[in-house]
Design a protein around this ligand. Sequence first.
Ligand SMILES: Nc1nc2c(c(=O)[nH]1)N[C@H]1C(S)=C(S)[C@@H](COP(=O)(O)O)O[C@H]1N2
Ligand SMILES: [Mo]
Length: 407
Amino acid sequence: MMEIQKDNKFSRRKLLGGAATAAVVLVQTASGKAFQAGMTHKEIEDTTKIQGVLPGTLGTRSDFEKPVKAPSPTSSRTPLQDLYGTITPSDLHYERHHGGVPAIDPSKYELVIHGMVDKPMVFTLADLKRFPSVSRIAFLECSGNYRGANDGKIRPQDICGLTSQSEWTGVALSTLFREVGVSSKATWFLAEGGDAAVMTRSVPMTKGWKDAIIAYAQNGEAVRPEQGYPARLFLPGWEGNTSVKWIRRIEVSDQPYMTREETSKYTESVGPAKIRQFSFTMDTRSIITYPSYPASVEKGWIEIRGIAWSGRGKIVRVEVSTNAGKSWQLAALQDPVLDKSITAFRYLWNWDGEPTEIMSRAIDETGYVQPFLKQLLEARGGNMGYHFNPVTAWYLQKDGKVLFKAT
Ligand SMILES: Nc1nc2c(c(=O)[nH]1)N[C@H]1C(S)=C(S)[C@@H](COP(=O)(O)O)O[C@H]1N2
Ligand SMILES: [Mo]
């Protein structure tokens, strides 16, 4: 920050600071050769002295901004610490696929609905788009969304970057159920993907009737290939793996199918000799995204910022502690606070510069309180696995460096 002197003069050099060298790069990459030739450093710095870039066919991200996903062979994590608000830019939506991203020609795409129905039917993409559409903003989260690190050098992206939020648009599955005439005796349906993993999950009909969407759009454009182009199942608030991408078949039944994904995977121990199966709902969670590793902070006013979400409903409260959990303060929630959606929160805090731990915990409309890691490990008999939503703490060192701390 810079103060303007009383005579209203201030140093341009100081105001622009380190941006000067980077500005050269911007001009060269974005606005082409015409503006580079013969221009002095000073002229390039002054954006009022040169013609800017002309309108194009696609927008670009500023060359100064480089948010990126963190990919591994199985997933790619959203850079939560680099984002603002609650909608994840589509190219930064996390990815999780078991057999890679298939290339599906939308003109050949078909969705079959059969089983306990009056009229088995095949829907093309155009057919799906002819039905009345629905849109809703909701988060998606992988049930395996937790990481820790003993050295504290781990970002929100690494800890829980397998969550993202979009506005999803498509046709309500209930509309298609009516179209095919689902039997009143049906209790489950199988959702099958058209990828190399042929991912399959059994879903209770109640969810299908309630709020399931066959989504063909995401944040105003066609669903991205990584998210299931040309259409995916989207089940608000439920573990990500049930939102089957590249959906090609729905079979209606009166029992679950016990697929590989719901027997060998996606079950978790709840005690020493008990396993939980069909644990669909994502629990309430929050994380402070600023300040967080690898940021550094200075003593004085800090706006603590973060996100909270719950698969059970709306977030009603986020509490922040700035003294390692000894006492808790209410954070302000940013509107809109939507059902099964990421909600932004903030808490203004004056740091005295002494080392401390800051943390947040979310409470949803069912009264569920986000647990500490210790509580989760006790309840799960020491097993780490799916559905880990612990309170995340950040340790502020005296030098202002911020490190992850397990709770
Ligand atoms: N067909 C298919 N659907 C799938 C998967 C898959 O591998 N194949 N992965 C699932 C898992 S484990 C998750 S967490 C979400 C991830 O959705 P995203 O990649 O759009 O974030 O998709 C689910 N749907
Ligand atoms: Mo997942």
